[in-house]
Ligand binder design. Structure first.
Ligand code: NAG
Ligand code: NAG
Ligand code: NAG
Ligand code: NAG
Ligand code: NAG
Ligand code: NAG
Ligand code: NAG
Ligand code: NAG
Length: 358
């Protein structure tokens, strides 16, 4: 039962209502389907939920990820219903939408953008929409099967089922892919779907909080190893490459200027102390300041073709000629989401390896 409490849970079958009489659970104590655990300050509640919209109170129940594996405080990712379109949305910091289920299709009994729901003999899905409320729910055709649906610290939603034989939770389904989660690796952190760990600091950057980074809390992101100093005359900054998924491209850019060509754009950024990155696409020079750049959701490579390369200004001592290891080192070529749990376990070891080669 400990295992269950270690996650922010929701289980659509039971309605929440009964509050457990405390804010602490000890070993061998457990919550039943209709109980929740409320933090002392009342800021968060744990238990089994059915996120939906209450038409009587005009409120929706939002499910939020934990902050890290050891901190159940509210993280940056949440799942909420869009009761008008009858769909679920995943949002970063309650603002940037990065995934949607698509609208409920009452004929096929699936969400439009989750075709996996179709071939299914395990879950009995339904969508309830009446005068009082609007929500999605499911039950198990075989009530012996124990299944749960969570949003975890990675910003992904996951359906897990309990395997009695191996006494483990088995990942049945998850969405979206790790690196499709907005700002997955924090400011200046770059996501690499084919590597372990998934989150990396770009060359010339290091984790802002190595402690949190080691706990898989990547939200703090990375920072420059060497601060850029515009005043030092001898400083000749260079650029390193990062990649931005095209659908997140416009959400953080600071300004766009028309310049004739790439080298003019580059030089403009090089000499402007407030410019920290540029890219030249579609005949346009896009520039970022440091604050805007910290909002950019970066990828490690352009393996996914729907990315734009951006050039990030770094100190000369950190230019790529010195260290470009991190962009070239591959780990797993083809990494399936089903291996995710193995990934978490391998993470600590691999992270140490990374530090050694730096
Ligand atoms: C809570 O659930 C338990 C079983 O899980 C049941 O015995 C009890 O009656 C439920 N209480 C309420 C108030 O629904
Ligand atoms: C909820 O919203 C509806 C329509 O916008 C409105 O008629 C109703 O008064 C609202 N109810 C509450 C409790 O705010
Ligand atoms: C999240 O949004 C709030 C404003 O709604 C802002 O103050 C905060 O800095 C944001 N968090 C991050 C990590 O950007
Ligand atoms: C599936 O769920 C619906 C709605 O909750 C219910 O009416 C129906 O009996 C369920 N079907 C089976 C086979 O359990
Ligand atoms: C809505 O709530 C009211 C009051 O609790 C109840 O009488 C009514 O049956 C509910 N309607 C539906 C469709 O559940
Ligand atoms: C854009 O950058 C300029 C300086 O280059 C700064 O003054 C301005 O506040 C920035 N705007 C935003 C939205 O970051
Ligand atoms: C960064 O994102 C946050 C949250 O969406 C937003 O409030 C803030 O204005 C953004 N900053 C810039 C410079 O775009
Ligand atoms: C490489 O890094 C060292 C210090 O780590 C620095 O002294 C040197 O100038 C750098 N070389 C280049 C070409 O940037």
């Amino acid at each position: 039962m400990n295992l269950i409490v270690a996650w922010l849970l929701l289980y659509f079958v039971f309605a929440p209502c009964l509050v457990y009489g405390g804010d602490t659970l000890v070993v061998n104590e457990y919550l039943s389907g209709n109980q929740t655990l409320v933090s002392r300050a009342g800021t968060f509640e744990m238990g089994f939920f059915r996120p939906g919209y209450n038409k009587r109170t005009n409120t929706s129940q939002v499910i939020t990820s934990w902050r890290s594996t050891v901190d159940p405080g509210p993280g940056l990712y949440s799942l909420q219903i869009d009761s008008i379109e009858k769909q679920y949305l995943l949002k970063w910091n309650k603002s940037v939408e990065y995934w949607t289920s698509g609208s409920w299709d009452g004929q096929k009994h699936i969400f439009a953008l989750v075709p996996e729901m179709r071939l299914n003999y395990i879950y009995n899905f339904s969508y309830v929409d009446n005068d009082n409320e609007s929500y999605f729910t499911y039950s198990m055709y075989n009530p012996e099967i124990i299944s749960r649906f969570i949003i975890d610290i990675s910003g992904q939603i996951k359906q897990l089922s309990w395997l009695d034989a191996s006494q483990q939770w088995n990942l049945f389904w998850s969405q979206p892919q790790f690196c499709e989660v907005y700002a997955r690796c924090g400011p200046f952190g770059a996501c690499g779907e084919n590597r372990l760990p998934f989150c990396n600091c770009l060359t010339a950057f290091e984790p802002r909080s190595p402690h949190n980074w080691d706990l898989s809390d990547f939200s703090g992101g990375c920072m420059r190893k060497t601060k850029l100093s515009c005043k030092a005359k001898e400083e000749k900054p260079g650029f390193i490459l990062g990649y931005v998924p095209s659908r997140f491209f416009s959400s953080s850019e600071n300004k766009t200027l028309l310049h004739n060509d790439e080298s003019e754009c580059r030089n403009f950024c090089l000499v402007d102390c407030s410019c920290y990155a540029y890219t030249f696409v579609s005949e346009q020079c896009h520039l970022w300041n440091d604050e805007g750049l910290s909002n950019v959701s970066l990828m490690l490579s352009d393996s996914n073709s729907q990315t734009f390369a951006i050039n990030i200004k770094v100190s000369s001592s950190d230019t790529p000629t010195n260290a470009s290891k991190i962009n070239t080192k591959g780990f797993f070529q083809d990494f399936s989401v089903l291996c995710y749990f193995a990934a978490l376990e391998l993470y600590a070891t691999e992270e140490r390896k990374d530090k050694d080669v730096e």
